[in-house]
Each structure stands twice: as C-alpha cells, then as structure tokens.
Design a protein around this ligand. Sequence first.
Ligand code: PGA
Length: 259
Amino acid sequence: MKKIRLYGNWKMNMTRGETLAFFAEFEKSAKPLAAVVGKALEVAVFPPFTALWAAGEAIRAMEGPAPLLGAQNVHFEPKGAFTGEVSIPMVEECGATHVIIGHSERRHIFGESDGLIAQKTKACLAAGLTPVLCYGETLEERESGRAFEVMGRQLCSALEPLSADELGRIVYAYEPVWAIGTGKSATADEAQEVCAWSKELIAGLAKGGVDAAVLYGGSVKGANAKELLSMEAIDGALVGGASLKAESFLEIYTAYAEA
Ligand code: PGA
C-alpha cells in the first residue's frame, strides 16, 4: 500500500487547553496505528500560532506514535516591522517542520497574491521547512471551464523559480474552494483528474525525476476516505473540520486502510 499523508488544518480553532486535550486523545486513538505512523502513515497537525508551542511540547512528551507539527502560515521575512505576522524562526522554535502556504482562505479572505505565496514558498524551502502548497478553483471558475487555467497560474507562479530538488520537497494540496467546509467533497474522479494533472505539470517544470506528493482537501472524512485515498494520484488528505478530534481525524486513515 502507498504511503498516506494525513494533515490536519485546525484553522482558527483550538485554544491551548483544547490542544492539550486533543493530544491526550491522540495518544489513545493512535495506539492501534503504532506500527504504521511514521512509515505507511505520515500524520501532521497544524494548530493556530497561539497553540503551536503547547502542541510542540505535547508532541515531544509523547511516548507512542506522534504527529509532525506545522504552522498555518508564515511571513517570508525572518523578522522586522510586520505587525501581526509570525516568522519562520518563530514557528521552527515550536518544533514546526511544515507550513501551509496559499490556503484558499488566505487567498480569498485575506487577499494573498500569487506573488506573496511564491515568496513564502521560497522562504520555507530556504529554511528547510516543507511548504504545503494549496491551490484550487472556485465553483464559478470550474463551471466556466477555467479551473485548469487558474490552477496552472497558481502553481506556476510559485514553482517556476524553483529547482527540481525544491519542487520535490514541497507537499502539494489540491483543494477546490467549493469543497472546503461545505460537506460536499469533490468526487474521487474529479480529485484524481486534478491530482494527476498536477503531477504532470510539476514533473514538466522539474524536467522529470520528481515524484511529487499531492494531497486532496475539501470535506474529507471517514465516510469518503476510502474512495478518495484509493485513487492512484492522491497521496493523502488535507483535512479541516474532521481533524479537530483525534478520533475522526485518524478514522480517515483506518477507513482507507481497513478496506
Ligand atoms: P474541510 O477543510 O476538511 O473542513 O473541508 C479542508 C481545508 O480547508 O484544508
């Protein structure tokens, strides 16, 4: 069976207390998965900044299988006069190894441009962090037949300046905007089509030789995990709502693996 990446994006949820409760629950729920975590299953959680340190401490104290830690965003400069922003050294200090870049909520609610996302991607790679680069079309873009044009622009603007080695260090996350938080996931065929297309695009930019990991995100839960994760081009899931409880989060992997 292929390696599955299960990444949990908590968004603006979870206080420090709720974070500690999550990890206590995770220790119990992950026990049956002890043989696969870190091997066939790579789990990562992305708490809000205010819980990142507590999450790192909880992870470091774990005896059983532990998840990797990531941040939901960073600024591309290492420090300075950027009120409200958080730097790469700050999240690294908490134990983060991954950073979500270009999530559709950052693009659409906070107006992050392709240029800014490219700068953040580059800065994460330079620091040795793994960017989880998100891209995806809105419903209007899909219905008007422009989905691939939009995603091509989102991907190429961030990826064209990078080397083949850098392209291979990114985890890619296809997240159709219309499927995020709506309960209406893309079908397995729709997700497969975009993930396979993404891999070709990335391999083209890298001039071959890159085996890119591409996740699908958008209303993934236990009930649709098997269908989606069994698709050949889908290497895992970026999960929002279902990642807030350890049990529903890990159920996504067990639903896939048990079948
Ligand atoms: P969702 O969010 O699983 O709640 O749809 C996914 C995401 O935004 O990463």
